[in-house]
Design a protein around this ligand. Structure first.
Ligand SMILES: [Zn+2]
Ligand SMILES: [Zn+2]
Ligand SMILES: [Zn+2]
Length: 250
């Protein structure tokens, strides 16, 4: 069953990449548990900061200040030198040259309007920090998302709710797949695990396997693709403790 040993390779194949994008699209580009979208990163004083859209945060009208600042006024009031706009999915995020409060963000348009058409509204977050939204629409009332900052990159994984031995990553029904961020993905594997089935002529029997203690059975950390192709050091991509030494996948 060679496919089983090359699971990490399967996840790089176009068949999987296509299905993966379709599922992430279906799930609204966000983790179905915590609501985070994937992060983008920016450099501040040689430090990389990752941030992105958190769809579980709702900003309501009374958190948004009535005062409208121009970008220039805003830069002066925060003593910042620049604001850079970065795309995150179909949203655009604004980043300032320092991060006093969370340096946030923007508007739903794919196109960034010219700077003179943009204005800034300050947002008081419930945790006491200040955020802001940059928009070309002065009448903005509420936002159905907020922003998060993360030390490590957040990426979106597509999780298999169960594994069927011998099936390739893309040989599953859409309903067996769900979008999770890398952090929730690992927690789900560690806390709940994934049931493994053997398909015997269409008859599914559960197989008792112990997910790898390090990767929780994912076998793979796509966010560490640049380190040994992201393959888990402990199980070498074999995903289950029983298969750790690669001797018994028959
Ligand atoms: Zn998550
Ligand atoms: Zn998974
Ligand atoms: Zn592992």
């Amino acid at each position: 069953m060679e496919d089983f040993f090359t699971y990490a390779e399967q996840l790089e194949k176009p068949e999987w990449q296509r299905l993966r994008l379709k599922i992430i699209e279906r799930d609204g580009q966000k983790c179905q548990l915590c609501g985070k979208g994937k992060s983008v990163s920016a450099k501040f004083d040689n430090k990389i900061i990752n941030f992105g859209i958190d769809y579980s945060l709702k900003i309501c009208a009374d958190q948004i200040s009535d005062k409208i600042l121009t970008l220039e006024e805003f830069k002066q009031c925060l003593n910042i030198n620049w604001i850079r706009c970065m795309r995150n999915g179909d949203k655009i995020i604004a980043v300032t040259s320092n991060n006093p409060c969370g340096f946030l963000v923007v508007k739903d348009d794919k196109n960034i309007p010219p700077q003179q058409d943009l204005m800034v509204r300050l947002i008081g977050l419930s945790n006491g920090t200040l955020s802001f939204v940059i928009t070309d629409k002065p009448e903005i009332k509420s936002l159905d998302y907020g922003f998060y900052i993360s030390q490590t990159p957040i990426i979106l994984n597509v999780h298999h709710k169960n594994y069927i031995l011998g099936r390739k990553a893309w040989e599953y029904k859409d309903s067996d797949l769900v979008t999770l961020c890398n952090e929730c993905h690992l927690s789900v594997h560690k806390a709940i695990g994934v049931k493994v089935y053997a398909d015997e002529n269409g008859f599914m029997t559960e197989v008792k396997l112990t997910p790898c203690f390090r990767c929780g059975g994912t076998g793979y950390f796509p966010e560490y693709r640049n380190v040994q192709n992201g393959i888990c050091f402990r199980c070498k991509g074999r995903r289950f403790e029983e298969y750790k030494y690669g001797s018994c996948d028959s």
